[in-house]
Design a protein around this ligand. Structure first.
Ligand SMILES: [Zn+2]
Length: 264
């Protein structure tokens, strides 16, 4: 599917974007539901931007305390293990840091308390762009259901970005205590079925695979991991004539003042 076939594509989407996406945020934040989502998601894009000089921060809404098969397992021990795995993976990608919001795995709710936590993170790190789950996917077109936490984390991130983070009167105690309103200018939604931006990640796909290996508690068939990731990235890469790419759905909230997006 090309960008101009995507229903309701953002105005900036046109066929000229079916090439390596040229815009790079100076600072970006990745907001996900679980440890490992960011690494199965846009890790190679994050690594590429970081290698080019961007600063990235990762926020995990839950610590994945229900991500196992054993009903006797201690969820707190599992959460601690998964946080350690995610911190290791985040070092491999190159994030400046990771925040865990310690919301309950499998029961994430887009409520004001979560929105306030996310607004705090956004106003503290002050990213130009936020990357998160595409919250509009309930059912995948090739079968299956998108996890409730993925939908919820995506929608909570969108709601925190706009309008709460930029509105000084939203959670006014935050502004009063020094966390001034902040305008995130772009959203990049991953695991989307309406992509309109492809990032060439040929140089950083290995880092994504290494980061994924750090989530040992979640990888059932590590020997197949590399092939699986290379196959996904290869399919997306073909759309822009690159060996590997990650596909994202870009939503521009504020246009750049001096120079916006593709130069052609
Ligand atoms: Zn997940």
């Amino acid at each position: 599917m090309t960008a101009d076939q995507a229903p309701g594509a953002v105005p900036a989407a046109d066929s000229s974007q079916v090439a390596d996406h040229p815009w790079r945020p100076g600072r970006f934040m990745v907001i996900v539901a679980h440890p490992d989502d960011a690494d199965f998601g846009p890790a190679a894009t994050a690594a590429r931007w970081i290698d080019s000089g961007s600063a990235g921060w990762l926020v995990c809404c839950t610590s994945g305390d229900a991500g196992g098969e054993d009903p006797e397992a201690d969820p707190l021990q599992l959460a601690a293990l998964r946080e350690a795995e995610q911190r290791h993976a985040a070092e491999i990608v190159g994030y400046a840091g990771v925040t865990f919001l310690h919301q309950p795995d499998g029961a994430l709710a887009n409520e004001l308390a979560l929105r306030e936590q996310l607004v705090r993170e956004i106003r503290s790190f002050r990213p130009d762009a936020v990357l998160t789950h595409d919250p509009e996917i309930v059912f995948w077109s090739d079968g299956g259901v998108n996890h409730t936490d993925h939908r919820t984390a995506g929608l909570a991130a969108v709601d925190a970005v706009y309008p709460a983070a930029r509105n000084p009167m939203a959670f006014p105690w935050l502004a009063r205590s020094g966390l001034a309103a902040h305008r995130v200018r772009r959203l990049y939604l991953f695991w989307t079925e309406r992509p309109n931006a492809w990032v060439d990640v040929s140089a950083t796909l290995e880092r994504k695979i290494d980061a994924l290996r750090a989530h040992a508690s979640q990888i059932n068939e590590p020997e197949k991991l590399e092939e699986r990731i290379q196959s996904w990235a290869g399919d997306e890469g073909r759309k822009i004539g690159a060996p590997a790419a990650e596909a994202l759905r870009l939503v521009v909230i504020d246009e750049d003042e001096e120079h916006e997006g593709p130069s052609d």
